[in-house]
Write a protein that binds this ligand. Structure first.
Ligand SMILES: Cc1ncc(COP(=O)(O)O)c(C=O)c1O
Length: 377
């Protein structure tokens, strides 16, 4: 049962995929009585998850934390981002990407996106000043950003590159996993993500030194207990969550196969709908379809309403770009104008493609979309 009501099952935009293996893993942790471990290296389930994620990503180090937000904040702290520094990022993202910059006392500098909704590397280059210390490309909806172009600007200027890979676990850019194309990659294991631990996150890095500092940051800067040597917080992933995440690593490739099959079904049936465009395509990268998102020429909100009434959980990510939220307006971003970002916020619509949908469900989603768009697009 996936939710809904008699006669018309509601198909949500995303659903966690938790099965018997996860249940057994949770039971084992409960029976062990070891729910957490505040040592530098973490408990057995945390270490098991980190090892599996490291293999999957081909990353030297993976550090588990308790959210994607904690992952991003930890990396900024470990890199020493502070007051007076500027961090460049897209505004077309979840607010966490920007909030962690504020939390370090630094200034977020928002730049516009390309047609694929990812950071425009040319706009990043133009936003660089003598205070720029880092850039955060976000692989939005699970589609990799233009990493080579971002690094081309960042490397000669010693600007740190931090990937917000919260939505892109498993996506590849030129044959390499997102999250491993920079100083550090930050993943989210939130309940609706492509793999989950309920709440949770992870950081990947190739640097021994950064990995060491990140392990300190997630544990109040302590190495042996009560010996804080770096600013940190309690960003530890509980053992119960780590046990779930560990099983999800085994299942990830199956999840992604289903997402890709479902997305291909929508591309096949909606590809020729006039006024609806799928724009995240490139030969040199793969999409994990955390979200399958169309750009609708007009009438987005009316089409979404019709779809929701027909039991299809179509949804908008992100209706308000970060620089237009009340908090950032108050912080002085009220005059900032980012053309493509703002247009995308008014025109994008995501349709369900998660692995628990059947081929009949996918047929129903395309039929309802075509019906909903009639007379509007
Ligand atoms: C692009 C992006 N960045 C950061 C986050 C923050 O992750 P979390 O919710 O696990 O803190 C999310 C997910 O919510 C996200 O989608």
């Amino acid at each position: 049962m996936r939710g809904g009501w008699v006669g018309m099952e509601f198909l949500p935009i995303n659903l966690p995929n938790i099965g018997e293996a996860e249940k057994r893993a949770v039971e084992r942790v409960v029976e062990s009585g070891r729910l957490t471990d505040s040592s530098y290296g973490g408990g057995p389930m945390v270490r098991e998850f980190e090892s599996k994620a490291g293999k999957l990503l081909k990353a030297k180090h993976v550090i588990a934390v308790n959210s994607g937000t904690a992952a991003l904040h930890s990396v900024l702290l470990a890199l020493g981002i502070k007051e007076g520094d500027e961090v460049v990022l897209p505004s077309f993202t979840f607010v966490a990407t920007a909030n962690v910059v504020l939390a370090c006392g630094a200034r977020p500098v928002f730049v516009d996106i390309k047609e694929d909704y990812n950071i425009d590397p040319g706009k990043f280059k133009r936003a660089v000043t003598s205070r720029t210390r880092a850039v955060i490309p976000v692989h939005i909806y699970g589609f990799p950003a233009d990493m080579d172009e971002v690094r081309e600007t960042a490397a000669p200027r010693s600007i740190h590159v931090i990937e917000d890979a919260a939505e892109s676990l498993g996506a590849e850019y030129k044959g390499r996993q997102t999250g491993t194309l920079s100083d550090a990659g930050c993943f989210s294991l939130y309940g609706t993500k492509v793999a989950t631990s309920g709440e949770g996150g992870a950081i990947s890095t190739q640097s021994d030194e950064l990995a060491d500092r990140l392990r300190l940051v997630r544990n109040h800067g302590m190495l042996h207990g009560y010996d804080s040597r770096h600013l940190g917080f309690n960003y530890r992933l509980p053992e119960l969550g780590a046990a779930v995440a560990s099983v999800q690593m085994d299942r990830l490739s199956g999840f992604l196969k289903s997402r890709r099959r479902n997305a291909a079904a929508l591309n096949g049936s909606l590809g020729r709908v006039d006024g609806a465009r799928f724009t995240q395509v490139s030969d040199d990268r793969t999409h994990v379809f955390y979200l399958y998102t169309l750009y609708l020429r007009k009438g987005r909100d009316r089409i979404m309403k019709r779809l929701n009434a027909a039991g299809i959980g179509a949804a908008v990510y992100f209706k308000t770009p970060v620089h237009k939220t009340p908090l950032y307006q108050r912080l002085g971003y009220s005059k900032k104008s980012l053309g493509r970002t703002e247009a995308s916020s008014s025109h994008v619509l995501s349709l369900p493609v998660h692995p628990r949908l059947t081929s009949e469900d996918m047929g129903r989603i395309s039929d309802e979309f075509i019906k909903a768009a009639k007379g509007i697009l």
